[in-house]
Write a protein that binds this ligand. Structure first.
Ligand code: FES
Length: 119
């Protein structure tokens, strides 16, 4: 069995598949789950687990500006990952590159820490 390497560039599909104002959830090759969000003409990759109680954000709501975790309705700004409600949290963001029309996400070697906030 091959060891999973973290902290490397992971392919995440065609850039054209993430349209302006859309969000998709993906499990990358190294096991990291990410939200791919296209806002303001740029695709961003955020950690795919909510910092509140680490629920998957696969079914999160997205209105073009705000990502909402449906478990307890925490909200995050899709341009920065900053917490909107509550403001004391954030979605960790991973670097994204587009190479020959394909998205690559650089996953970090250390998983983002769970953050404190209102229950
Ligand atoms: S797990 Fe996302 S708001 Fe609670």
């Amino acid at each position: 069995m091959t060891a999973v390497s973290q902290g490397s560039w992971q392919p995440a599909g065609a850039a054209d598949d993430v349209w302006e104002g859309e969000m998709t959830f993906q499990q990358l090759g190294d096991g990291t789950s990410v939200l791919l969000v296209n806002t303001d003409g740029a695709v961003r990759a955020f950690h795919g687990l909510c910092p509140h109680q680490e629920n998957s954000l696969e079914d999160a709501d997205f209105d073009g500006e705000i990502i909402t975790c449906l478990a307890h309705m925490w909200e995050f700004d899709a341009r920065s990952g900053a917490g909107v409600n509550p403001t004391t949290t954030c979605l960790p963001e991973y670097p994204v590159e587009i190479r020959d029309g394909e998205l690559y996400v650089h996953t970090s070697s250390a998983p983002p820490e769970k953050e404190a906030g209102p229950e």
